[in-house]
Write a protein that binds this ligand. Structure first.
Ligand code: KIV
Ligand code: NA
Length: 276
């Protein structure tokens, strides 16, 4: 297997081959997805919600991101690994943004970083790219802006808002981003942005006109509570499968049916004689 790189992503867009990404946050899951052939794994700061149980992504720290990124990298041999820059790790200054992006590459082992925002962070994107670190942009419903948006809502629904997204997308491409996540924006807007950009767009809740797709794996595998956003397709119900397996295990332990003889270790019974 050959390692997928940011150049592979660009080549795929050029060849009109769709890119499929998923999130991953740990070694064993990353290994399964990588073995299945996934093109890219995002260590998303969504880990704050799905792995750590926070209400939003804001509390996630650089240490959290490094911890999970290292695990994903150890489980990955083929997929492109992108690590999210957490809230406040790139907002304070350009110097801090470059240093923190560098940590995700140098210590974490990721191949690229992702930042949320448009023109307002374009200078930071340029600086990080100058440090030889590939940057993925993220526009539309950027979850780190939850308080500014007043909740998790579809973005880009007016012509002004759509124009803003297109301008920001062009700005990020100009700043050197290698790809762009478009989250929860109207399909027609995402399609237009994808056509106007040279770099690939990766959509989530942005329709079929993007150059690729990404989903949070707990959503697509049915492992994360009752909440299912409109844009999620559930490809499996692992949550129910896991609960069923746990119930069966408990029942068998209660009835003494587990462990069975084949699960136990044996030795010569005569050793017991010497124990008394
Ligand atoms: O954190 C995350 O999982 C993300 C994707 C949903 C794009 O940013
Ligand atoms: Na994220």
């Amino acid at each position: 297997t050959t390692k997928i790189t940011v150049s592979t992503f660009q080549a795929m867009k050029n060849a009109r081959q769709k890119i499929a990404m998923l999130t991953a946050y740990d070694y064993s899951t990353a290994k399964l997805f990588d073995e299945a052939g996934i093109h890219g794994l995002l260590v998303g700061d969504s880990l704050g919600m799905v792995m750590l149980g926070y209400e939003n992504t804001l509390p996630v720290t650089m240490e959290d991101m490094l911890h999970h990124t290292k695990a994903v990298v150890r489980g990955t041999s083929q997929a492109l690994v992108v690590a999210d820059m957490p809230f406040l790790s790139y907002h304070v200054s350009t110097a801090e943004a470059v240093a923190n992006a560098g940590r995700l590459i140098k210590e974490g082992g990721a191949q690229a970083v992702k930042l949320e925002g448009g023109a307002a962070i374009a200078d930071k994107v340029t600086a990080i790219v100058r440090a030889e670190i590939p940057v993925m942009g993220h526009l539309g419903l950027t979850p780190q802006s939850v308080h500014k948006f007043g909740g998790f809502k579809v973005q880009g629904k007016t012509s002004d808002a759509a124009r803003q997204i297109l301008d920001d997308a062009l700005r990020l491409e100009e700043a050197g981003a290698f790809a762009l996540v478009l989250e929860c924006i109207p399909e027609a807007v995402a399609k237009l942005v994808s056509e106007r950009l040279t770099i690939p767009t990766i959509g989530i809740g942005a329709g079929g006109g993007c150059d690729g797709q990404i989903l949070v794996y707990q959503d697509m595998l049915g492992m994360y509570g009752a909440f299912k956003p409109k844009f999620v397709k559930q490809y499996a119900c692992l949550g129910e499968l896991m609960k069923g397996a746990v119930r069966q295990y408990m029942e068998e332990v209660a009835q003494g049916r587990f462990p069975a003889p084949e699960h136990a270790f044996s030795t010569d019974a005569s050793i017991l004689d010497k124990l008394y």
